[in-house]
Design a binder for this molecule. Structure first.
Ligand code: AMP
Length: 215
C-alpha cells in the first residue's frame, strides 16, 4: 500500500499517519520529521533547511526529493509507505511518480484531509510536541497527564518554532499556492480521496480506511 496524506498544516496528517503505521505495519515517511532531525543533528541538510523551515517556507524541491528517494529505498518501505508532508509541489509529485515508476511501483491512493481554517489555527496554536520522542499533544484536546511533560518519556514539551503565528501564516500561504494544486493533479489520475478531517481521530481513521478500501 503506497499512500500519500495531503492537507494543510494542522490537518492531522501526522496523527493519521501514526495510526496507519500501527494498523498496516508500513512506515510513515514524514519529510518534516526528517528535516527537523537534520536541523537538530546540525547536518549540512539541516543547515540549509533550518532557516527556511523556521520562517514557514518550503525547502527546495531537490533537497526533499533526495531525502524521499533515499528513504523509500530502505527495506522497510518495500511493502508500502505513508508519505506525510510530501509531495508539496507539482514538481515533487512528478519526481515521485517517476521514481516509483522506475522501480515498477505506483501510488495506490492520495488522501486529502479537509479541515476549515479556524480549526487548523486552533489545532496549531495548541500543539505541543516532545523534543525527545516526537509525541504530539494539544493543550486542550489531547493534554498530557502532567502539564507540559511528555507522557512517554517525561521530557518538557515544546511548541514547534514554525507553529508560532507569523510562520503559520506563511505555511498556510505556501499550502494554498503550491500544495493545494496537487488535489487536481491527483484527481485527474483517479487517485484522490477527500476525507473530512474534523472530529475524533478514530472516526477520521475509519473514514481514511474506508476511502482506501474503495480504491
Ligand atoms: P511539516 O512537519 O510537514 O509541517 O513540515 C515542516 C516544514 O518542513 C515545512 O514548513 C517546510 O519548511 C519543510 N518541509 C517538509 N516537507 C516538505 C516538502 N515536501 N517540501 C518542501 N518543504 C518541506
Amino acid at each position: 500500500m503506497n499512500l500519500v496524506l495531503l492537507g494543510p498544516p494542522g490537518a492531522g496528517k501526522g496523527t493519521q499517519a501514526k495510526r496507519m503505521v500501527a494498523r498496516w505495519g508500513i512506515p510513515q515517511v514524514s519529510t518534516g520529521d526528517i528535516l527537523r532531525q537534520a536541523v537538530k543533528d546540525g547536518t549540512e541538510l539541516g543547515k540549509q533547511a533550518g532557516p527556511l523551515m523556521a520562517a514557514g517556507k518550503l525547502v527546495p524541491d531537490d533537497l526533499v526529493v533526495g531525502i524521499v528517494k533515499d528513504r523509500l529505498l530502505q527495506p522497510d518501505a518495500a511493502k508500502g509507505f505513508i508519505l506525510d508532508g510530501f509531495p508539496r509541489t507539482i514538481p515533487q509529485a512528478e519526481k515521485l511518480d517517476e521514481g516509483l515508476r522506475n522501480h515498477g511501483k505506483a501510488l495506490d491512493a492520495v488522501i486529502s484531509l479537509e479541515v476549515p481554517i479556524e480549526t487548523l489555527v486552533e489545532r496549531i496554536s495548541g500543539r505541543r510536541s516532545c523534543p525527545r520522542d516526537g509525541s504530539v499533544y494539544h493543550v486542550v484536546q489531547n493534554p498530557p497527564r502532567r502539564e507540559g511533560l511528555c507522557d512517554l518519556c517525561g521530557a518538557a514539551l515544546v511548541q514547534r518554532e514554525d507553529d508560532k503565528a507569523e510562520s503559520v501564516r506563511t505555511r498556510m500561504q505556501a499550502y494554498a499556492a503550491q500544495t493545494a494544486p496537487l488535489k487536481e493533479f491527483y484527481a485527474r489520475k483517479g487517485l484522490l480521496h477527500v476525507v473530512d478531517g474534523v472530529g475524533a481521530p478514530e472516526a477520521i481513521e475509519a473514514a481514511v480506511v474506508q476511502a482506501v478500501g474503495r480504491r
